[in-house]
Write a protein that binds this ligand. Structure first.
Ligand code: FES
Ligand code: FES
Length: 163
């Protein structure tokens, strides 16, 4: 057992965890943040994607003790109060989800993709960047449309693109 202290969605948290506890388990089981999903046992699906210190990471690939001192952002912390993040709004507007299981991870990855491409994104780049996030429902077309639309919105709001 060890103690881990980190900031999750702007809130300081401290928990006792086993050395083998994964970050996704800390989020879901210890902190009740069940918007981060587990879709595989093989680090392939991307449903567990969160941001660690501003970068998208599959939270099933990281031990909780490894993020000691870090800032973690989950889907629950992305909106600004009652105002959805432009990426969330775009997924809704462009029907970028069906069952919604992949959606939290998709959105967290999508925000990271936009931030890593400040000069613009084309469809081919979006599809390539999404290779680590699997959706079994949508066929990806509307997800790509949503990310493209949100990218334009985020670029028009500089603090969004930098956050
Ligand atoms: Fe993490 Fe599938 S649960 S990649
Ligand atoms: Fe169902 Fe993506 S919307 S898995």
């Amino acid at each position: 057992m060890g103690e881990v202290s980190l900031t999750v969605n702007g809130r300081a948290v401290r928990r006792e965890v086993e050395d083998r506890t994964l970050l996704v388990a800390l989020l879901r089981d210890h902190l009740g943040l069940t918007g981060t999903h587990v879709g595989c046992d093989t680090s392939q699906c991307g449903a567990c994607t969160v941001h660690i210190d501003g970068q998208a990471v599959k939270s099933c690939t990281v031990f909780a003790v490894q993020v000691d001192g870090s800032e973690v952002l989950t889907i629950e912390g992305l909106a600004d109060g009652a105002t959805l993040h432009p990426m969330q709004e775009a997924f809704r507007t462009h029907h970028g989800l069906q069952c919604g299981f992949c959606t939290p991870g998709m959105i967290m990855m999508a925000v990271d993709i936009v931030r890593r491409h400040p000069d613009g994104l084309d469809e081919e780049t979006i599809r390539k960047e999404l290779e680590g996030n699997i959706c079994r429902c949508t066929g990806y077309h509307n997800i790509v449309k949503a990310i493209d639309a949100a990218a334009n919105e985020m670029r028009a709001t500089p603090q969004m693109a930098a956050q």
